[in-house]
Design a protein around this ligand. Structure first.
Ligand SMILES: [Zn+2]
Length: 231
């Protein structure tokens, strides 16, 4: 597992290939159990749906369905498993609040990131300038290729993030994620991009696309965030 140096107040962690395929429920329970023991924090898990539902972590539930989750309980961490889709973490500088967003192409197309940021601003009265954004390991532009015209071309806001390369198209999900942040007043200084492409990092990460293209082992890794300092 790796701890990503992101913020003094929150900790972001992700599993690696060596931690195993965390789609496996037993392995995932073990991994999260270890995190809970090591860091004294309880984790809520978001079960991804490839839609745009934003869930709010509550005391009475353990697992949540949706593609984003907001948590303002400093005793709780939140996490999900991904395999190529871009994990996005949002934290507040001055309020105990964190969110995870599933930056898969379907969810992004349905505006899951914007909906999450809007809910944070509206329901939690937090300014966009108070947020920090982390863009995690995922399938980057140069490896996000398809041989047919992508559906994104039907939406004007996506056009600048689709490129034709010979007979293939590439879609830049990271570019779109950043643009949605800029549109609500979040600046580059608030954005930390891990710059990690899951397809390229053969040793460290599972990649769904690489497993399809190159018959490499298919798997998922866990991404979690929790608060480490009182706010
Ligand atoms: Zn790559």
């Amino acid at each position: 597992m790796q701890i990503f140096p992101f913020s003094k107040k929150y900790q972001i962690i992700f599993s690696e290939k060596s931690d195993g395929d965390l789609k496996d429920l037993q392995l995932r329970k073990q991994f999260i159990g270890q995190l809970q023991t090591n860091y004294q924090v309880q984790f809520k898990t978001l079960l991804l749906q490839h839609g745009s539902k934003v869930s709010t972590a509550r005391a009475d539930l353990h697992d949540y369905e949706g593609d984003a989750m907001i948590n303002s309980d400093s005793q709780k961490g939140i996490g999900f498993i991904v395999g190529d889709c871009i994990p996005i973490v949002i934290t507040s500088k001055s309020n105990p609040l964190m969110a995870i967003v599933h930056g898969g192409w379907r969810s992004l197309l349905q505006n899951v990131l914007l909906l999450t940021i809007q809910e944070i601003i509206h329901q939690h009265s937090i300014l966009a300038t108070d947020l920090d954004i982390w863009i995690g390991p995922g399938l980057r532009r140069d490896h996000n290729l398809m041989d047919h015209e992508p559906v994104q071309l039907q939406f004007p806001e996506w056009k600048q993030f689709v490129q034709k390369k010979g007979s293939e198209y590439s879609v830049d999900l990271i570019g779109f994620i950043k643009k949605q942040c800029y549109d609500v007043g979040i600046t580059d200084r608030q954005i930390t991009d891990s710059d990690i492409c899951t397809y390229c990092e053969t040793e460290t990460f599972f990649s769904h696309r690489r497993s399809t293209n190159e018959h490499d082992t298919n798997g998922r890794f866990y991404v979690g965030v929790w608060q480490t300092k009182k706010l």
